[in-house]
Design a protein around this ligand. Structure first.
Ligand code: SAM
Length: 271
């Protein structure tokens, strides 16, 4: 890895902090547990810290890398039938078309560039039905928000929306020193699996998102106040929600109940 880096100037803008700690790399690869015949898609392979060891287990890997210099370097190491690189921005990648070509649920993984990690995760929600699982490295602060439970200070809209779609499992916390260049923040590696038998269901996820947006944008207020434009105090009681609680005390199932009520009322999200 050091040799590969000598001729390469990492880009801050593209979040290029490469994993260099062999011990952590091996733990990450073990937790992904790639198997022959599976469709694996790596986001941001960079200089291949995860790409090389993953390719020891499977015959073919797909990857999306925005930096053309890096894709070129990786393409020199592997024949195109072993490593297929899409040289493009993952935010513009057509996951549905990719799924249709392979016709198998996708396993997605990557040490994500931190500046796009949340946007990407929110985009991937849309494709949860064609995803088998996802293993991602996030800034620890973001990973904590994703997996937070009610009554915790980092429980918020991101926790509700992501956990509505995925079961989240923490895997590893990784120290800054495991990357080159050393980033300012700590990192955590987590697994996200679409629920097989979902504990939650709403008819309109946009309304769920709308309610959580309003509730958490005033998270210090009690919901009788923060949600007063949507629910009367009596209605909150009727729906089994204590109006004196704050947004962070309301569970995902309770947000779903609030959503169902608005859906039944044919509520339209204001433009
Ligand atoms: N996987 C490598 C590793 O662990 O050492 C590199 C990880 S580095 C944190 C993030 C990688 O994502 C870089 O290679 C960067 O060029 C790439 N990247 C950044 N923004 C991207 C985007 N929008 N689409 C695809 N790749 C992107």
């Amino acid at each position: 890895m050091q040799k590969k880096m000598q001729s390469f100037q990492p880009s801050k803008k593209l979040g290029q902090n490469f994993l260099v700690d062999k011990n952590f790399i091996s733990k990450i690869v073990n937790s992904i547990n790639p198997k022959l015949g599976e469709i694996l898609l790596e986001i941001g392979p960079g200089l291949g810290s995860l790409t090389f060891p993953i390719l020891e287990y499977i015959e073919k890997l797909y990857a999306i890398e925005i930096d053309k210099n890096l894709s070129k370097k990786l393409k020199n190491f592997f024949p195109s039938k072993k490593l297929v690189i899409f040289s493009k921005n993952v935010m513009k990648f057509n996951f549905l078309e990719f799924y249709r070509k392979n016709n198998k649920p996708i396993r997605i993984f990557g040490n994500l560039p931190y500046n796009i990690s949340v946007f990407l995760l929110l985009k991937l929600i849309e494709f949860s039905s064609i995803i088998k699982d996802m293993h991602f490295m996030f800034q620890t602060e973001v990973a904590n928000r994703i997996q937070a439970h009610p009554n915790k200070k980092n429980y918020g809209k991101l926790s509700v929306i992501i956990q509505y779609f995925f079961k989240v499992t923490p895997i590893l916390d990784i120290s800054k020193q495991s990357f080159f260049p050393i980033p300012k923040v700590n990192s955590s590696f987590i697994r996200l699996q679409p629920h097989i038998c979902s504990p939650y269901y709403v008819k309109n996820v946009k309304i769920l998102s709308y309610i959580t947006n309003i509730a958490f944008s005033q998270r210090r207020k009690i919901v009788r106040h923060s949600l007063s434009k949507l629910f009367s105090e009596k209605k909150l009681y009727d729906l089994g929600i204590n109006p004196l609680l704050r947004a962070e005390n309301i569970s995902i199932s309770e947000y779903c109940r609030l959503t169902d009520y608005l859906v039944k009322k044919n509520f339209l999200i204001p433009k």
